[in-house]
Design a protein around this ligand. Structure first.
Ligand code: FES
Ligand code: FE2
Length: 354
């Protein structure tokens, strides 16, 4: 067995990026009479997310007074009130009041740790370190009224986020893991496309499935996932699949694998379609649930959970996508070693045929 410590990636790098930590719906449903307060985890950091008067906030889930967990407290509108002695923590972690010392003064170091927090695409995003000035990746159709976007339920897998992204962009496993849904015996799919690197850390390639594989799928009826697909990996852990179906309709699948810690990730996803807006959403989501069920055991069986040093796994040509993705993650981690500015520069360095 290969130790998890031997990954060649620096997991501190992901702190500079925005990651979704919950859906807006999950935050809304967290109100059990104490207001919207939700405990989430990102990169082993315990966080409480709340919707306050001016928007969503994310604080470290530890009260600086006597270390109680803030998610057990109350959302008071302009602050989170600690469940233990009622200290009140507002935007930016500012101490808004101490019930036991109403006349003050508030100690100058009474400040909760606050993280950057934003709402976008029906998700709450958190960034632990803002010094590389990264942005939440754009989405190609979310604001396009000809598309209807529907969120699926988020799900946790015991694997590193990078393994999850590799699985999502891997076509060679279709006939083995998904013989009834995405693939078929005798139609092994190889993916050796030209890959480009675009601004804001986008790794991009297109896939035109071979006709015979496509026909084999179509012959079985239903939705053929072997459609022409434009893939974008938003480094480090986002993927967009822009599928053009045989009838010309488009479906855009979006997924982000948020690192809960180094060996667990939570995937958030939504699907956008430019047809059948009035039809039920569930049939469009059901296929995904079946596919995930087929993938999870195999991906969780990968040992170690983290991507190891290149010498500890073997690759062939058609592993090009995963090899390139690993190389880019490695380059990103190397840039991080030179500081936040270097991350910014690296993300905007465009390249063809990488
Ligand atoms: S521990 Fe939070 S107010 Fe005392
Ligand atoms: Fe799969």
């Amino acid at each position: 067995m290969i130790s998890n410590e031997k990954t060649f990636l620096d997991n501190e790098t992901w702190r500079y990026f925005w990651h979704p930590v919950c859906t807006v719906k999950e935050l809304e449903e967290s109100d059990t009479g104490r207001g919207q307060l939700l405990r989430v985890k990102l990169l082993s950091t315990d966080i409480v997310v709340a919707r306050l008067e001016n928007g969503v906030v994310a604080l470290n889930n530890r009260c600086p007074h006597r270390s109680a967990q803030l998610h057990l407290g109350w959302n008071k509108g302009n602050c989170i009130q600690c469940p233990y002695h009622g200290w009140m923590w507002g935007e930016g972690g500012k101490c808004m009041g101490i019930p036991a010392a109403p006349d003050g003064p508030i100690p100058p170091n009474a400040k909760a740790t606050a993280y950057d927090c934003q709402e976008k695409y029906g998700l709450v995003w958190v960034r632990l370190d803002g010094s590389a000035d990264t942005e939440i990746p754009g989405h190609i159709v979310y604001d396009d009224p000809t598309f209807k976007c529907v969120h699926g339920p988020s799900y946790d897998w015991k694997t590193h986020s990078a393994r999850r992204v590799e699985n999502y962009t891997d076509l060679a496993h279709f006939p083995f893991v998904h013989p009834e849904t995405l693939g078929r015996d005798g139609h092994v799919t190889f993916l050796t496309p030209d890959i480009a690197f675009r601004k804001e850390g986008r790794m991009r390639f297109r896939y035109d499935p071979p006709k015979d594989a496509r026909q084999a799928m179509d012959a079985r009826g239903g939705m053929s996932p072997l459609a022409f697909t434009d893939y974008t990996i938003n480094l480090p852990f986002g993927v967009t699949l822009d599928l053009t179906l045989q009838n010309g309709n488009r479906t855009v699948m979006w997924m982000w694998a948020t690192p809960l810690d180094n060996i667990h990730c939570r995937s958030f996803w939504f699907a956008c379609r430019n047809s059948d807006h009035d039809g039920p959403d569930q049939p469009h989501m059901d296929m995904q649930a079946v596919i995930l069920e087929e993938d999870v055991d195999i991906v969780e069986s990968q040992d170690p959970e983290q991507i190891p040093h290149p010498r500890d796994e073997i690759a062939v040509g058609p592993d090009k996508v995963s090899l390139t993705y690993r190389r880019l993650l490695y380059e990103l981690c190397k840039a991080k070693a030179d500081g936040p500015e270097a991350i910014k520069t690296w993300l905007n360095n465009e390249r063809d045929n990488i």
